[in-house]
Design a protein around this ligand. Structure first.
Ligand SMILES: Nc1nc2c(ncn2[C@@H]2O[C@H](COP(=O)(O)OP(=O)(O)OP(=O)(O)O)[C@@H](O)[C@H]2O)c(=O)[nH]1
Ligand SMILES: [Mg+2]
Length: 452
């Protein structure tokens, strides 16, 4: 466990010029450091304007000092905030003096880590702090805020409480083997486990949506040469990022752009046109196109809305990894006089007929992208989640399903049932940090900013 008996300090505002710069100090020496720097003892929760001085009385900066006494503070320890001028040199000078007075430089995320260790936040809420700061869209920020307010944690806690109660019942029955079978065959137990599974399912959907919002979607544009892939990247990103010409084989390397479609962060990757080629540069470009396709969450396979290259398209679609999400785009409908439309009848890949040149049908494409990435329009259906949360929820579901299956056996075994429920509980507790390894904690907090 991390030793948090020492005092930490860091500049909490971002590097560069700013109107105000904040130094944060947390730990047992925070108050005495503030006293040495300002000459007076700070009063809890009262802003005071003062000079920040070195031991020789030289004024380093002037500004506001704020003091929050333990445990009523962000970290649960004594905290001092010095709000001075937002220049790196002046902030560094004041920070160096706090270090001379006994503090040590804080590691990234160490303030929030202390808040977690002092039970001010659970792990989900601590992660939501970082996610709120990193939010790329308003919707992502709102969902991070809901997690920070405890919405995600309480939906997990509700299921956890049910699982714990079930375990108490089942483990209690282990002591009375003669009554065990009747008890385990009862409808009540099945109903209770199925009910927990349903609740878990609904949290999982919200978490999956939140993960897409937080991490974004990587989308590869692939297809034969000259079909309009680079033109599509340019029009979606509203840039001239990729070179567009009517010479097949224009794009040689992968080109990436980040965009937002109605709050959904997308990393679009344009790739070299796929064809047989003896040119070593083009061959390398095509190799990279396939590597990009393998890693993509969504593949946009572009072709011309003309009856050419059919053969080539079939071989491309056949090489896309099985299970990948694909949208087939029939571009250049302006050349054949067809209206923009979408074929999404299920069964095969959805097909969008559009023109990048006239922009007809682009709205159909963006709607389809959102639909396929499962992003709900309703904000309430999103919980800010990370990969590890979704994986733990999926793992919990596996154990709960095994528990439910056990109950449908002719002679259900209480020991097995109890074990599945214990594992399900462990997975859920990992999410909120009730049982999380120090390694994982270290990894989570090290991705935070310094000063948070
Ligand atoms: N008429 C028409 N022309 C288009 C449309 N979209 C793209 N083009 C033209 O098609 C040609 C090829 O466009 P690019 O975007 O360079 O095609 P690409 O698929 O990236 O080609 P490579 O990089 O060679 O693989 C250019 O002359 C574009 O102006 C469209 O919707 N209609
Ligand atoms: Mg191109």
């Amino acid at each position: 466990m991390i030793d948090n008996s020492d005092t930490i300090a860091a500049i909490a505002t971002p590097p560069g010029r700013g109107g105000i710069g904040i130094i944060r100090i947390s730990g047992p020496l925070a108050r005495s450091i503030a006293k040495s720097l300002t000459g007076t003892c700070p009063i809890a929760r009262q802003a005071r304007y003062c000079h920040f001085k070195d031991p020789q009385g030289v004024v380093l900066d002037r500004g506001i000092v704020l003091y929050f006494s333990a445990p009523a503070s962000y970290t649960g320890e004594d905290i001092v905030e010095l709000q001075g001028h937002g220049g790196q040199a002046v902030l560094n000078t004041v920070l160096q003096h706090t270090l001379k007075l006994g503090a040590r430089p804080a590691r990234p995320g160490e303030f929030t880590e202390r808040a977690f260790l002092n039970n001010k936040l659970d792990l989900l809420q601590a992660e939501a702090v970082a996610d709120l700061i990193d939010s790329a869209s308003e919707q992502a920020a709102r969902s991070a805020m809901r997690s920070l307010n405890g919405e995600f944690s309480s939906s997990i806690d509700v299921i956890l409480e049910k699982l714990i109660n079930l375990r108490i019942l089942i483990e209690g029955a282990l002591d009375f083997p003669e009554e065990e079978i009747d008890f385990l065959s009862g409808a009540d137990l099945k109903e209770r486990i199925n009910n927990s599974l349903q609740q878990l399912e609904s949290v999982l959907i919200k978490a999956r949506n939140g993960r897409v919002l937080r991490e974004g979607v990587s989308m590869a544009i692939i297809g034969s040469p000259n079909v309009g892939k680079s033109s599509l990247l340019n029009v979606l990103s509203q840039t001239n990022r990729a070179i567009v010409t009517d010479t097949p084989g224009t794009t040689r390397d992968v080109i990436e752009e980040k965009i937002l479609i109605d709050n959904l962060p997308l990393n679009i990757v344009d790739t070299a046109g796929i064809r047989d080629s003896d040119d070593c540069i083009e061959k390398e470009g095509i190799k990279r196109a396939w590597l990009t396709t393998k890693k993509a969450d969504l593949v946009l396979l572009v072709r011309e809305a003309l009856p050419v290259h059919q053969q080539q398209e079939c071989s491309i679609i056949g090489r896309i990894p099985p299970g990948a999400k694909i949208i087939v785009i029939h571009n250049k409908i302006d050349l054949v006089g067809r209206p923009a439309h979408i074929n999404d009848r299920g069964g095969g890949e959805p097909e969008v007929f559009l023109s990048v040149k006239t922009k007809a049908g682009l709205d159909l494409l963006t709607g389809q992208i959102k639909k396929m990435m499962g992003v709900a329009d309703a904000n309430e259906d999103v919980l800010c989640a990370r990969g590890r949360h979704v994986e733990a929820l999926e793992q919990t579901r596996v154990f709960l399903k095994k528990a439910a299956e056990e109950l449908y056996n002719k002679r259900p075994a209480a020991e097995l049932l109890a074990e599945e429920l214990r594992q399900a509980q462990r997975c859920l507790e990992e999410i909120t940090g009730k049982s999380t390894s120090d390694d994982l904690l270290g990894k989570i907090f090290s991705s935070f900013c310094i000063g948070k």
